[in-house]
Write a protein that binds this ligand. Structure first.
Ligand code: IMP
Length: 425
């Protein structure tokens, strides 16, 4: 068996959680391979909203195994909150939730460092979620990190203190920020006891054994490809590899095990935090997209920046990920628009290009093609073929330009508001 992958093709928040939840029925296992509590995967069903940060979105399906892979960074405090949320929703995750022993731990001092690093950056700050993600991945690469498997060591507390001291000495050269380290530390150790009860596995052996036994695995990405530490809009990116290649590193599988790659894109585009965004709208249209799309961060509540869909950007991430099928989300947000713009190329120094440049200049201009809106609600639309004509034309045009079949179109936040094309997938 191969591992299928689902990931975001823009700057995150493409609506992955809902699609994972929908597809989950076809799989035996859902596995997260990168990121951490900077992610916020929102699922809506039975009239209730559920937000997950670290735990895979398959946890709401009672027959599914959920794995937090070695590429994920884990904050015990957030993790415990998520478990509490699941308890409240009566979700039984016993024997269904596993953590990779090689996944790294986010310490309270990682969060403090994140805040101090951002403060030091001043105007050029990244707009981090301040969940300690960057400093934790830095300690992983610097070979200083603490991993889930270390919790069981007799000298765990000493190792913790050693790492904390290292952080405190770095902090002396950074701006002071308000952070109750002692209080957070107490909470952290209390939450660790809960985390200890979740079974630990060696994700590389675990996943490969499952594949050998014919189990179907879906790898769930967090953030989006434009936030990838290598290929995103560096330095305004997250600290992990969000692209398909990250699956191999974050779960311990070889590249030949990758199967379908399902790329998710909104029917428009958003970004939260700093950094370039070629199709961003600073006008009333952008404001309207934000309002109609409820574009406020699931993790931080920050308003998201909004703009039109950007085809060169999508072609770039489709190429990087080897996307085999596309899912178009939040198409209903466009219901009210008379006209829709689609970014088709960039204008840089008077030259037209379809390639994402090394650095996106501030004065980059986007060239657009305009499509007619459908100006009607999609609430009654239950099949792909029943989409209003202009919506069909919009979807068909995107599909043709991007060269990958659009197999699903999401028309609202609920589990059931999804048009599928079984003939394609
Ligand atoms: P960090 O990963 O929290 O350090 O944040 C780095 C950048 O990635 C910031 O611009 C964040 O807003 C952005 N980011 C991180 N996680 C997410 C996410 O799940 N959705 C959207 N943006 C994210």
């Amino acid at each position: 068996m191969n591992i299928d992958v689902i990931l975001g093709l823009q700057w995150g928040d493409e609506g992955k959680g809902k699609i994972v939840d929908y597809l989950a029925d076809r799989y035996d296992v859902v596995a997260r391979f990168q990121g951490g509590p900077n992610a916020g995967h929102t699922l809506v069903f039975d009239g209730k909203k559920h937000v997950l940060h670290t735990i895979p979105s398959g946890v709401f399906r009672s027959n599914l195994i959920n794995l937090v892979g070695n590429g994920v960074v884990i904050d015990p405090i957030t993790f415990e909150k998520e478990l509490n949320g699941l308890d409240k929703a009566d979700v039984d995750y016993d024997h269904r939730l596993f953590i990779a022993e090689k996944a790294h731990l986010i310490l309270p001092s990682h969060r403090l460092l994140d805040a101090a690093n951002e403060a030091a950056k001043g105007k050029s700050k990244i707009g981090s979620t301040l969940r300690g993600i960057g400093p934790t991945y830095m300690d992983r690469t610097g070979r200083n990190g603490l991993r889930i498997g270390d919790i069981n060591r007799v000298d765990f507390k000493e190792r913790y203190q050693k790492l904390k001291q290292k952080h405190l000495s770095i902090l002396t050269s950074l701006p002071k920020v308000d952070f109750d380290l002692d209080g957070e530390e107490q909470k952290w150790f209390a939450s660790l006891e809960r985390l200890r009860k979740i079974p630990q596995v060696s994700s590389e052996y675990y996943v490969n054994r499952l594949l050998k036994n014919g189990k179907r695995i879906l790898a769930e990405g967090a953030q989006g490809s434009m936030l990838d530490v290598d290929f995103g809009t560096y330095p305004y990116v997250t600290s992990s590899n969000t692209v398909t290649a990250g699956v191999c590193i974050g779960l311990g599988v070889s590249p030949d095990k990758i199967g379908e790659v399902i790329g998710i894109t909104k029917a428009y585009c958003t970004r939260v935090g700093g950094g370039p965004f070629p199709s961003e709208l600073h006008d009333d249209v952008g404001e309207l997209l934000r309002k109609e799309g409820h574009e406020f961060g699931a993790t931080t509540g920050r308003p998201r920046r909004c703009g039109w869909i950007d085809l060169p950007q999508l072609k770039y991430t489709i190429m990087l990920n080897g996307v085999t099928q596309l899912v178009l989300t939040k198409i209903d947000v466009l219901n009210i628009f008379k006209e829709l713009n689609v970014g088709v190329s960039y204008q840089i120094d008077g030259k037209e290009t379809e390639e994402v440049p090394f650095e996106i200049p501030n004065d980059l201009k986007m060239n657009y093609k305009t499509y007619k809106g459908w100006e009607q609600s999609l609430v009654e639309v239950k099949t792909f073929d029943a989409l209003p004509n202009n919506a069909r034309l919009y979807v068909d045009a995107l599909e043709k330009e991007l060269g990958v079949p659009i197999t699903m179109v999401s028309t609202g936040p609920d589990r059931v508001e999804l048009l599928t094309r079984p003939s394609v997938y």
